[in-house]
Design a binder for this molecule. Structure first.
Ligand code: SF4
Length: 416
């Protein structure tokens, strides 16, 4: 490996980390240094802000790889052994120094650290744990740390990672076991799930211990997450939604991240030549949102997909797709319907529904009252009954979809 200075390494290793989507810093414990002890905080303060890219990814962490060298050869990965890319490697101390320097300059709120596998899974994991340990113990760093763990590593090392990091994650990589076997033959799906199960157990034990003893160590207080690549194999949206829901249920994940496959230089012939539409990734995030915050069962999301292809429509969001397919559930009376039915109305978000529930305690709501709560009353109108509104004819129209589908590319998550 050529001798590189820190700036050159940073250029290579920050660029190599951009394929990793799982970097949201939400949901950790509050920890600060206003008491004069330590350094950093997980709270957003003056001059420190959480920044999200339009696709929802957090961009205020120092997001790097320890190294982009790897002994594995996963077909979809630009860092795989057979890839012809410039390689670089940080030492644990270099990552620690960079994090502290960036934090002091207020560039970042924390660190997201992943790595290719060097020498062995255990050796790599030891280096990553050393970064987190040194930040916490040597520098009393109180900022956010997300470590991407290596499933094959000794469980004791993964446990160490959880004692220092706010969040740990293990990539499930592909939505199906067949896809993993074909595209990442050196990875073991069973081992990945075992590691996730062990992390879940450690998080639960840590929380229980904390309830009993205040001094008990915290273990990954922001939980665990995972990421799967979309569009590199033949998995349909139906497969992906079903898999994600099973992961949430079995491993208590905080987030499943979906990363649209990007074609890479010198790609293996087993990969598709084109990336999937970015809108597909967006629709999967919307489906995920519906399951987590709108009480949709996975089977309902799957029912919104095309029955023959198993794919969600790209031109309309999955909530609208479900409503158009199950028109018998509508119209919903905004003055009488329970919260769970109001949440099914396309164009009504959780805040709008909360406002409806509050307002209707005092008076009966009219269409213009609802219009004030949503950015698109045209989208809502066919699906509701209000004091002065009943959409009898509109809801039965065969051409309802083109009438209310967004005319241009729809980028917002849910109009609310
Ligand atoms: S183990 Fe990780 S870094 Fe190595 S080739 Fe596979 S995906 Fe890439």
């Amino acid at each position: 490996m050529a001798q590189l200075d820190t700036r050159e390494k940073l250029e290579i290793l920050a660029d190599a980390a951009k394929y990793d989507a799982s970097c949201s810093s939400s949901g950790t414990v509050k920890r600060g240094s206003k008491d004069g002890k330590g350094l950093g905080s997980t709270d957003a303060g003056m001059g420190i802000c959480h920044a999200y890219a339009p696709d929802g990814r957090c961009i205020s962490l120092l997001k790097i790889l320890l190294t982009n060298s790897c002994i594995f050869d996963c077909h979809y990965c630009i860092n795989r052994k057979s890839s012809n890319v410039r390689r670089a490697r940080f030492t644990a101390k270099e990552v620690v120094d960079l994090t502290i320097a960036f934090y002091k300059r207020n560039y970042i709120e924390g660190l997201f650290l992943s790595s290719g596998i060097i020498a062995s899974s255990n050796y790599t994991m030891e280096q990553m744990v050393e970064v987190a340990r040194s930040l916490r113990e040597d520098h009393h760093f109180r900022g956010y740390i997300h470590l991407k763990t290596i499933p094959d590593a000794d469980p004791a090392l993964v446990h160490q990672a959880g004692l220092h990091a706010d969040r740990v994650s293990i990539n499930i990589e592909l939505p199906t076991a067949g896809g993993l076997k074909r595209l990442a033959p050196e990875k073991d799906g069973v081992r990945i799930e075992t590691a996730m199960r062990e992390v879940k157990a450690a998080i639960t034990d840590g929380r229980d211990a904390k309830k009993k003893y205040k001094s008990a160590p915290t273990f990954a207080p922001a939980g665990q997450s995972t990421q799967m690549i979309v569009g590199a194999d033949a998995a349909t949206d139906r497969d992906i939604v079903t898999r994600a829901s099973s992961l949430y249920d079995r491993f208590g994940l905080r987030r499943v991240y979906y990363s649209a496959f990007s074609p890479i230089p010198d790609a293996s012939s087993v990969l598709p030549l084109q990336r999937p539409p970015l809108m597909r990734e967006h629709r999967l995030y919307q489906s995920d949102w519906l399951m987590r915050f709108y009480d949709y069962a996975p089977a309902e999301i799957v029912a919104a997909a095309d029955t023959s292809t198993g794919m969600l429509p790209l031109d309309i969001d999955p909530k609208l797709a479900w409503a158009l397919k199950f028109r018998g559930s509508f119209p919903v009376d905004v003055n009488r319907a329970p919260r769970e039915m109001l949440l099914r109305v396309p164009g009504l978000g959780t805040k709008a529904v909360a406002a409806i529930l509050t307002s209707r305690r005092w008076r009966r709501l009219r269409l213009d009252d609802v219009a004030r709560l949503t950015v698109s009353i045209a989208k809502v109108r066919p699906f509701i009954v209000a004091e002065n509104w009943r959409p009898v004819v509109l809801a039965d129209r065969a051409d309802l979809r083109p009438l209310i589908a967004p005319k241009k590319e729809q980028l917002e998550l849910f109009a609310a």
